[in-house]
Design a protein around this ligand. Structure first.
Ligand SMILES: Nc1ncnc2c1ncn2[C@@H]1O[C@H](COP(=O)(O)OP(=O)(O)OP(=O)(O)O)[C@@H](O)[C@H]1O
Ligand SMILES: [Mg+2]
Length: 345
């Protein structure tokens, strides 16, 4: 394995503190910079010359760091620019314009997968099962949902990390639907998407690769001890609040006892989604498995969470890819990726 200079780039505020290694595990485990810390430790452990910077709203910071470090590859962990999530694909585009190799997804894949409405239109065109949906654009009147049955889920069309997803996101009548669409419009300031609620198991499927793809064994989120009144969905709290997770025994594990034949069908299903959305690098597909065995894709997360204990890395581990192997694979894929400028050269 070639030793490289790797510049990790993330959002300002997510750069781990100098003394991170000395902090207790509980502090590290709950820190916002947990993923960055895990990735940097793995890169250092692999022997790569590693540095990390945070960017907020100044591309000059990124450009100067690249000039100074001359990295073989930028490890791209940026999920927003100027606090705006939908700008993430511009970072990958900027790196590409600088002819700087980078890890993860290309700009087109980032843009398509973040836009849930566009992504689902593409999936429908390619006959990939995804919940029926309607788009509710910002500043447009809220129409009566047609051709969809209650319950429904109301989400932001572009935000991730379950921002704005709570128990109130599942609605059972038109009045609640209108309220929640207004909430997304006002609080998240984005278009909303309304989907039919899929009653079933929550499965995450990791995919890695640029042209030759590998899929990870499905990973299941289990909502073991939720109160009767709560729907088993990955709300913001269920995902990120470790106290709440412990209290209600929300955990994840390799999915087992899947309907006959499903496991064999998953790789083709996952690869089709990945290719349909022009993804490269790595991604986690969030899916729901209905009682009758139908698997629905909720969304694709390009450049998904890479924390050591997150479902993507755990799925990779199940396949035999240890965490350092996974991080190395992502670096190698970044170096191998052929953007247009390389093809033209
Ligand atoms: N149509 C649906 N049917 C059932 N549950 C749903 C549906 N849509 C969303 N959910 C639940 O809400 C969660 C969050 O939805 P989704 O993954 O689309 O949003 P996100 O904010 O982009 O999440 P992420 O944190 O993965 O980026 C899902 O993991 C699932 O538990
Ligand atoms: Mg999701």
């Amino acid at each position: 394995m070639r030793k490289c200079r790797v510049l990790v780039v993330t959002s300002e505020g997510l750069v781990p503190p100098e003394n991170a290694a000395e902090l207790p595990d509980e502090v590290k485990g709950d820190a916002d910079w947990k993923m960055e810390y895990d990735v940097v430790c793995a890169l250092e452990g692999l022997g790569h010359e590693t540095s990390i910077i945070g960017v907020f709203d100044d591309l000059g910071v990124l450009r100067r760091a690249i000039e100074e470090v001359q990295p073989h590859v930028v490890f791209n962990l940026v999920h927003e620019f100027h606090g705006v999530g939908v700008y993430d694909h511009h970072i990958a585009a900027y790196l590409e314009l600088l002819r700087q190799p980078y890890t993860g997804c290309n700009p087109r894949g980032l843009m398509l997968s973040r836009d849930k409405i566009l992504a689902k239109k593409l999936m429908q065109y390619h006959r990939i099962q995804t919940p029926k949906f309607m788009a509710y654009r910002l500043n447009k009147p809220v129409r009566k949902p047609t051709k969809l049955s209650f319950p429904m889920v109301v989400k932001s069309a572009v935000e991730d990390a379950s921002l704005g997803v709570s128990q109130a996101s599942v609605v059972h009548n038109e009045e609640k639907l209108r309220d929640r669409v207004a909430f997304v419009h006002e609080q998240v300031q984005s278009d909303a998407i309304v989907e039919e609620y899929i009653d079933g198991r929550e499965l995450y499927i990791g995919v890695i690769g640029n042209s030759r793809l590998e899929t990870f064994p499905p990973w299941e989120v289990v909502f073991a001890d939720l109160p009767e009144s709560s729907m088993p969905i990955a709300t913001n709290r269920a995902k990120w609040n470790s106290k709440y997770r412990k209290e209600h025994n929300i955990h994840s594990r390799a999915a087992y006892k899947l309907p006959a034949g499903l496991e064999e069908r998953i790789p083709a299903f996952a690869k089709k989604i990945y290719r349909t959305l022009f993804l490269t690098g790595y991604a986690r597909l969030d899916c729901r498995l209905r009682e009758d065995g139908t698997l629905f894709c909720l969304e694709a997360n390009a450049n998904c969470d890479l924390s050591l204990d997150d479902e993507f890395a755990l799925g990779g581990d199940k396949l035999g890819l240890s965490y350092p192997d996974l991080v190395q694979k992502i670096v190698s894929l970044g170096l191998q990726y052929k953007p247009a400028w390389k093809r033209a050269a």
